[in-house]
Write a protein that binds this ligand. Sequence first.
Ligand code: ATP
Ligand code: MG
Length: 505
Amino acid sequence: MSGEIVLRMEGISKAFPGVQALDNVDFEAAAGEVVALVGENGAGKSTLMKILCGAYRKDRGRIILDGREIEIENPYHAQRLGIAIIYQEFNLTPNQSVAANIFMAREPRSPGIGRWLNLVDRHRMEREARQYLDRVGARISPSSLVRDLSVAQQQMVEVAKALAVNARIIIMDEPTSALGEDEVEFLFRIIGTLKEQGLTVIFISHRLEEVFRVADRVVVLRDGRRVGNMPIQETTPEQVIRLMVGRELTEMFRKRKVEIGPPLLEVRGLTRRGVVHDVSFTLHRGEILGVAGLVGAGRTEMARLLFGVDRKDRGAILIEGKPVEIHSPVDAVAAGLGLVPEDRGLQGLVLSLSVRENIVLPTLDQHARAGWVNRLSVRQTAQEYVEKLNIRTPHLGQQAMYLSGGNQQKVVLAKWLASRPKVLIMDEPTRGIDVGAKAEVHALMSQLAQSGMGIIMISSELPEILGMSDRILVMHEGRVAAILDRAEATQEVIMAYASGEKRQT
Ligand SMILES: Nc1ncnc2c1ncn2[C@@H]1O[C@H](COP(=O)(O)OP(=O)(O)OP(=O)(O)O)[C@@H](O)[C@H]1O
Ligand SMILES: [Mg+2]
């Protein structure tokens, strides 16, 4: 169980232009404790943690570490104080070895003349790196290059790196959002190990089932205020959701019964050597086709082939019975496809443009006549989606870079929802999005399907797949392992196909 309180944040406030991101927030954590920090997109979770790790300065409040009040000057200072943060976008150098990354800028020097020449003692570095990797239970060679590792393995290296600088408080900001089910399990084991070693872990996640599995205590933020602080045994997911959104939530997975229409998209023998093999399926009007599979099964790659981001080696694509040639995303959009990419930060958003511009970007011509953009209709469309998805922004003109992570994702979703393609491919559409907005996204998907759109929804969350899909395509090692009807699909059946244990003939 948890030991004494090591960290106390008292009355923390932080404002940005137009937003009070944190308002008088208290937060404490004990040694050997896992504290979950939850709240809707824009509630202030990342801001609070950025203050703790020296990335932002607080406006007001006190931070007390081991009973002593401290001012955290910058990230290096936080690191020296034993506070490490693992961001979603890792800070690793891909072309260097695991060991070099763990010892970044602190490499042990060779003895003797080697020391004089300032040579890195590679042997010792790898040996010591091995120890830190062992402490997190990672079976990774210290000499392998970071770029050859999976996302989950890179995360392990980040944790090992935190241990190497003697971190006692490890902050994980949405660590599971890019992981598959097995990898999440592994991360939880790592968190368990850190806990046993007396470290404090602060865990941010939008997935409440994870929070309830891994945390000892949950702290809830709403609109920059702390509205809950409960031992996990004394609360329920329902209570946490109520505190987060400040209202009762209507049921999740609001899938409406929609009449399935004629074929809309036919994919035949889609292949890209080494990645996607002979993928064939049909998507109908009004249908939501869920795509399940483990990380690395080729789901995102298939979406990229369909959308013309990558070149296919073979295969035909038909839309409404007519073959279409798609060599680029421009071709794809012209053919009536839309793609909400998985990596929204990089691919989906123009960070320097406003929320309004981002939302209407693909549909600008619909708001224009004879070269004149109708600003009123642009504003109305943007406003409509900001309200529908509850995008937290001080105004429509705010640059996208200043929104919280989840709100940026909502903007990308809004942009594609507003463009109403015939076929919408959504890669992990609700990743990083809070529970309230998730229900809205699901409701919108149902609504779009009802209006005749066909939706391909790639998701690693089985409840979402089971809740929203009419049919489920399961991928394994780049191939279609099964196409299941909603009625015959269960978590177990999907996992059996996804893991390669079973295969439809
Ligand atoms: N650098 C910044 N400039 C302006 N506003 C900011 C900045 N950083 C954060 N904000 C605003 O502060 C508020 C809190 O953002 P924060 O990133 O802490 O939210 P969050 O709880 O982490 O949300 P998410 O679940 O979406 O990651 C948001 O309204 C956000 O737009
Ligand atoms: Mg955040």
